[in-house]
Write a protein that binds this ligand. Structure first.
Ligand SMILES: [Zn+2]
Length: 136
């Protein structure tokens, strides 16, 4: 995605807008010990919050790099995050053009087909133990 050069300070969100597409602005904001990339809808009041978010290490360069290589038209989510605190998962408008990239991920960012780096991953539990789904 084409980045703003330089990023635009956003006083409402107290973060920086890195880029925008036709429907959302993409900003990073401090969030505890992380930085959070948020997708703020362009046509809704700021008070409505954001539609999607992904947590990254507290390093703006990591988020900036992830957004720079992300194509939100064909790719559901950026990469490099370790937590997705929002639901449902974002779906790219033309996601069928990059199905390999858009394989399902757990809420820690790992592809479900690959190991998750966290000890407890409920998404993985659901996949590996369908009988346990009723427990969630
Ligand atoms: Zn996981």
């Amino acid at each position: 995605m084409k980045l703003h050069e330089p990023p635009v300070l956003d006083l409402h969100w107290e973060g920086y807008e890195l880029a925008a597409d036709t429907t959302h602005r993409f900003l990073w904001i401090p969030q505890g010990s992380n930085l959070r990339l948020i997708a703020v809808p362009i046509d809704a009041p700021e008070s409505m919050g954001y539609d999607h978010a992904w947590c990254y290490p507290r390093d703006p360069d990591v988020i900036t790099s992830a957004v720079a290589v992300w194509d939100p038209d064909t790719q559901d989510e950026p990469t490099g995050w370790h937590k997705r605190p929002t639901h449902p998962v974002r779906r790219a408008p033309r996601r069928d053009q990059d199905l390999e990239y858009n394989r399902p991920r757990c809420h820690h960012g790992s592809l479900l087909a690959e190991p998750c780096r966290t000890v407890v991953c409920h998404d993985r539990d659901r996949r590996d133990h369908p009988e346990a789904v009723r427990a969630f």
